[in-house]
Design a protein around this ligand. Structure first.
Ligand code: FSX
Ligand code: SF4
Ligand code: F3S
Length: 379
């Protein structure tokens, strides 16, 4: 599709969304940004950066800005917590000067989010049930955390009914318009599922049996979380996904491909041990365990903590936190994987090729076309 044709299509979609009645009566996002000292110019700069992050042409920035404005008040979001550390929510919410991403997230119509809502106990449970009923087939479901499964479901119970986490997830997924697994735990099981996986924790798609877009990372960056919401608002369909159902715009390249220390890797300049001269000179961290060559994510580009830094910039190698089973297959974290089969993967491998290689460790069988048709139906 030509860019102009795509632009017109997305623009018509946003206009249709704008003509829908708002589901709440809060002030417009523009006013919220202004109150936080963010000018229109800053906002448009942010839109341009987000457009690039989403791999769209720069001329689409006004559409991304419009999607961000519409994210509030028109698309309800239900966010469930399962077994995890809440780091994914913290990634967005805990900044001393909120970024535009975190303000937008704060401002989207979070109908239910256990960390940030005021309600608790029976009231919280009633809010969840009501939101699921009221916004049937029109809400986005985001789930954080791995989910104890099978005979171990009772290891996670939530709320005053003592409902199992898996039941909560299945009920909320049944009528969602789109489902996102936020974080490595929800995408792949994460730390809960590390050997010996005492609670039999499973990823969201295995519990719900539904198409799920995985947004892994322990935690994922705020850009990857908010970017996925905006992408969905813009397109109303699945983004291009890799073999682990991760959006390619965010997870299409390896940490190693985008790393600022890559020149040192290519020149054979390595940190031999933490604190040595090489470390002071910012040399490559491969020999002290960096798993950037095996990990697909955009951390060096998007960074964390208000976009200030990321693990490798801070002086520690990537530990592969957005890959399936990283606790089991990426360790030891401070030694190279030299003796593991991964080391035979050639340096120019694409996400899909690596995915196929790692599929021998964990099989996630989910056909993208099935997922797309399900989304189209829900639209
Ligand atoms: Fe924690 Fe989220 Fe890691 Fe998991 O993040 S940052 S353990 S991915 O589910 O809270
Ligand atoms: Fe690659 Fe890691 Fe070295 Fe960066 S620090 S160049 S990601 S091995
Ligand atoms: Fe995780 Fe590696 Fe990024 S450890 S945060 S994927 S640099």
């Amino acid at each position: 599709m030509e860019y102009q044709e795509l632009y017109d299509k997305l623009s018509a979609r946003l206009d249709a969304l704008a003509s829908k009645a708002r589901i709440d009566d809060r002030e417009p996002i523009e006013a919220v940004l202004e109150k936080n000292g963010i000018s229109r110019r800053d906002f448009m700069k942010w839109a341009a950066g987000t457009t690039a992050a989403l791999s769209l042409p720069l001329s689409f920035a006004p559409l991304v800005a419009q999607a961000a404005e519409l994210a509030a008040g028109r698309i309800p979001v239900v966010w469930l917590h399962m077994a995890e550390c809440t780091g994914c929510s913290e990634s967005l919410l805990r900044s001393d000067a909120p970024t535009i991403d975190s303000l937008i997230f704060d401002y989207i119509s979070l109908e239910y989010h256990e960390t940030v809502m005021a309600a608790s106990g029976w009231q919280a449970e009633a809010n969840l049930e009501e939101a699921i009923k009221k916004y049937k087939n029109s809400y986005i479901l985001m789930v954080e955390g791995g989910i104890p499964a099978g005979n171990s479901e009772f290891y996670l119970t939530v709320g005053p009914h003592g409902k199992k986490g898996a039941e909560h997830a299945r009920e909320a997924a049944a009528n969602a318009m789109a489902i996102f697994a936020i974080g490595t735990c929800s995408s792949f099981g994460g730390v809960q599922a590390a050997r010996p996986n005492p609670t039999n924790a499973k990823p969201l798609h295995k519990i719900t049996g539904k198409p799920v877009i995985n947004v892994p990372g322990c935690p994922p960056s705020e850009k990857n979380i908010v970017g996925n919401v905006l992408h969905f608002i813009l397109f109303g369909t699945l983004p291009a996904l890799d073999s682990y159902n991760r959006p390619k715009w965010a997870y299409g390249l390896r940490i190693h491909d985008l790393c600022e220390r890559r020149g040192h890797f290519d020149a054979g300049e390595f940190v031999q041990q933490f604190g040595d001269e090489g470390a002071k000179n910012g040399y490559c961290l491969y020999k002290v365990g960096c798993k950037g060559p095996y990990t697909f994510n955009n951390c060096s580009r998007e960074r964390f903590n208000q976009h200030t830094s990321w693990p490798v910039q801070a002086g520690h190698g990537c530990i592969g936190c957005s890959e399936p089973d990283f606790w089991d297959v990426m360790g030891p974290f401070e030694e190279p994987l030299a003796s593991k089969p991964f080391s035979s993967i050639d340096a120019d491998a694409t996400a899909d090729k690596i995915g196929v290689a790692i599929l021998t460790v964990t099989a996630i069988g989910m056909a993208a076309h099935a997922a797309i048709s399900a989304f189209k139906k829900a639209e």
